[in-house]
Design a protein around this ligand. Structure first.
Ligand SMILES: [Zn+2]
Length: 241
């Protein structure tokens, strides 16, 4: 029988990061506490609630209407944000310290300003990454949505110019997702220079190329010659293929 893997699940203040080596026959997990510290915790202690946090919260003290001892997703999200932003020892302190607004140091205020998460799959994120965790600048997003947002924040260097994907898109008059799609299919140069409305066959559908009687697709030739597709494009353009 396949052993149940708790990775990604949350138990009280713990979020399970990954499996850790067994201790004897006991299954162990590396877990992240909402305060930002990591510990290895027994599987059974997670499930039973015998371990609910790293010890940063006194178990007897009931907090914020968590009558059942189960912490809400919103409360856990707030604890994580606060740890990231206020704890100088947090592993991501250099990115996040100072980003939490004064008002949200108080959970009651955060609770009032932020709606409940639509589902358990949603995590909180900032809408504008140039601004902090503050009213009007956070939203609940699924992993896929977050991933999309992060890719828009990708820095791309081309022709001596380095700017965000989203700014390249604006410059080309296309949407972020169109540019993202281009980048997954085309060489950088083509993706960043062709104007709106350009349609280019995906590289692997490019017509077969005949060289010395051998016919193969562009991708096939690139593989045969051990070069990248963009090198192939350059060689064809320059007539050196
Ligand atoms: Zn803790």
């Amino acid at each position: 029988m396949k052993r149940q893997d708790l990775t990604g699940q949350s138990f009280n203040h713990w979020t399970v990061l990954t499996r850790a080596p067994n201790r004897g026959t006991t299954t162990m997990y590396l877990c992240l506490c909402t305060c930002g510290s990591e510990r290895v915790v027994q599987s059974g202690h997670l499930k039973s609630g015998a371990s609910s946090c790293c010890g940063c919260i006194k178990p007897a003290k009931k907090t914020h209407g968590q009558a059942s001892g189960k912490f809400t997703k919103k409360y856990r999200a707030w604890r994580q944000i606060r740890a990231r932003c206020n704890n100088p020892n947090h592993k991501n302190a250099i990115i996040y310290n100072g980003l939490l607004c004064e008002r949200w140091n108080d959970f009651e205020a955060f609770d009032k300003d932020v709606p409940e998460p639509p589902s358990n799959e949603h995590t909180i994120e900032r809408i504008d990454n140039n601004k902090g965790y503050e009213p009007g600048n956070v939203t609940w997003a699924t992993f896929a949505e977050q991933h999309r947002n992060q890719s828009n924040c990708r820095w791309i260097e081309f022709n001596g110019k380095c700017q965000l994907l989203t700014d390249w898109a604006k410059e080309l008059g296309i949407t972020d997702s169109t540019l993202y799609g281009r980048l997954t299919r085309w060489p950088l140069e083509k993706a960043l220079t062709l104007p709106n409305g350009s349609r280019v066959m995906p590289a692997n559908n490019v017509l077969a190329i005949d060289r010395n009687g051998v016919v193969d697709s562009l991708t096939g030739w690139a593989q045969r010659l051990g070069v990248s597709l963009s090198t192939m494009h350059k060689r064809i353009k320059n007539g050196t293929f």
